[in-house]
Design a protein around this ligand. Structure first.
Ligand code: MN
Length: 228
């Protein structure tokens, strides 16, 4: 009888458990590849700690900070557009969670090479050449003091620009001077490279080009220009 009662309670709880899951828009996505898939450029232990500890902590802290509020149902880009009205716990953890998710997608095993199509044309139009874009992007990463990110961004005029943000900020945030739609990013926090590259951030950036998923960046670029 006790056992039957247990099954009864479990059964009637299912819809409530499902409903609770649906209440937030914000989900923790799986890493799109194995922890060791980006070796030797990004090592397995860095990926494991970066994804499963840093990224997960940002996500958990973000969901805890917005629990029971309307932000659970607010798209991230909308939250970023008025991030100046939010406390640091939301700004840092929302950025940390969203930025990393984009970063994982900007990489893939056997990546690298050069972009093609409209993205390649836009990069050439804005920076003169792909090589010059790489140089400017890497410089922005090396110059970022402390922790932060480097971005390739589509501006309001539809043109590409490079920007660098501090901490877990991003180009969607209304705290940024130059805002736009990010299509590509690089994490230059020490936790992203220190185990393998120690203080040599420039070497980490050089290695990063070997794992870039240009198809993903192309898709992001296409969807950002289609909106305009
Ligand atoms: Mn990171």
């Amino acid at each position: 009888m006790k056992k039957l009662f247990f099954y009864f309670i479990a059964f009637i709880s299912i819809p409530y458990a499902l409903k609770a899951q649906q209440e937030t828009l914000h989900k923790f996505a799986p890493l799109p590849y194995a922890y060791d898939a980006l070796e030797p450029y990004i090592d397995k232990m860095t990926m494991e700690i970066h994804y499963d500890r840093h990224h997960r902590a940002y996500f958990n802290n973000f969901t805890a900070a917005i629990k029971g509020t309307e932000l659970e149902k607010t798209p991230m880009v909308t939250i970023f557009a008025s991030i100046s009205t939010q406390p640091p716990a939301i700004r840092n953890n929302a950025g940390g969670y969203w930025n990393h998710e984009m970063f994982w997608n900007c990489m893939k095993p056997n990546g690298g090479g050069t972009p093609s199509g409209t993205l390649n044309e836009a990069i050439t139009a804005s920076f003169g050449s792909f090589d010059n874009f790489k140089k400017l992007f890497a410089e922005a990463g090396v110059k970022r003091f402390g922790s932060g990110w480097v971005w390739l961004v589509v501006g309001a005029d539809g043109k590409l620009f490079i920007s660098s943000t501090a901490n877990q900020d991003n180009p969607y945030m209304n705290t940024e001077e130059k805002r736009g739609t990010p299509v590509f990013c690089l994490d230059v926090w020490e936790h992203a490279y220190y185990l393998k590259y120690q203080n040599k951030r420039a070497d980490y950036i050089t290695a990063f080009w070997n794992v870039v998923n240009w198809e993903y960046v192309q898709n992001m670029y296409d969807s950002s220009t289609a909106k305009k």
